[in-house]
Design a protein around this ligand. Structure first.
Ligand code: A3P
Length: 244
């Protein structure tokens, strides 16, 4: 990938960047990098004339304006949304910010201090808001039909990537090319890594980091709050996920 986090497969040298036919719209910390890298295994998702161009912009899912703008750009675009357990996602989000702040020599806080204010769950905390999947989904469904949005189960992608990628191949109308030998479990990393074109690689060390242990009462508060949002989300997408 090139430029920022955003462009996936670069076009052949001397050709123009293509408008993406598909976008990974998020969710931040859902496994967007893993999904992109794993799709890149596919020979038609690469630098060739017939390729399909996929872009990844994890912030889109929770952006109020993105749905309308993307539809204006390409109304037939295929949207990929990777979601994981929203409670886990909050902790992953916190962990990323925590390490960014450490790197930039900024003060950090314990996660409980961000999650709870005066004994109540701090629902204004950005990481919690981003995990209210129903609210964001409702906004997307005002501009796109459900058929145009494929949801990848981010927890399933961690456990066993191939079936999730095969569903994406079908959604994108790609011939099935990704196979089980494209993945191997790396004990040290604790995640699946990629074997493709005779090379083996794992995602960057910032992907798949250990999370802090969260006070169990606080964790329970967070879970039960998000539970209601999850139920609404399941109704919206006519599908359930086994989030705790
Ligand atoms: P954690 O680092 O919190 O575990 P994103 O790329 O959207 O930022 O998502 C990062 C998350 O992708 C990681 O969050 C990790 O759980 C998940 N992930 C899924 N498959 C992975 C893989 N094969 N290797 C590393 N991380 C993976």
């Amino acid at each position: 990938s090139n430029i920022s986090e955003e462009v996936t497969s670069s076009p052949p040298p001397g050709t123009k960047k293509q408008i993406p036919q598909s976008i990974i719209i998020g969710v931040r910390k859902g496994g967007t990098r893993a999904l992109l890298e794993m799709l890149d295994i596919h020979p038609d998702v690469a630098a060739a004339a017939t390729e399909i161009t996929i872009e990844k912009t994890p912030g889109y899912f929770t952006s109020a304006l993105a749905p309308e703008r993307i539809r204006a750009m390409n109304s037939s675009i295929k949207l990929l949304l990777i979601l994981r357990d929203p409670t886990e996602r909050v902790i992953s989000d916190y962990t990323q910010v925590y390490f960014n702040r450490l790197e930039n020599h900024k003060p950090v806080q314990a996660i409980e201090n961000l999650l709870v204010r005066n004994g109540a769950l701090n629902t204004r905390y950005k990481a919690i808001q981003r995990s209210m999947y129903d609210i964001h989904m409702r906004n997307w469904l005002q501009h796109f039909s459900l058929e145009q949005i494929h949801i990848v189960d981010g927890n399933a992608l961690i456990q066993d990537p191939l079936p999730e990628l095969q569903k994406v191949e079908r959604f994108l109308n790609l011939p099935p090319r990704i196979i089980s030998s494209n993945f191997y479990f790396n004990q040290t990393k604790g995640f699946y890594c990629i074997r493709s074109d005779g090379r083996e690689r794992c995602l960057h060390e910032s992907k798949g980091r250990p999370h802090p242990t969260v006070n169990s009462t606080v964790l329970q508060q967070l879970r039960s709050y998000l539970h209601e949002h999850n139920r609404t989300f399941f109704r919206l997408v006519k599908r359930t996920f086994d989030w705790q």
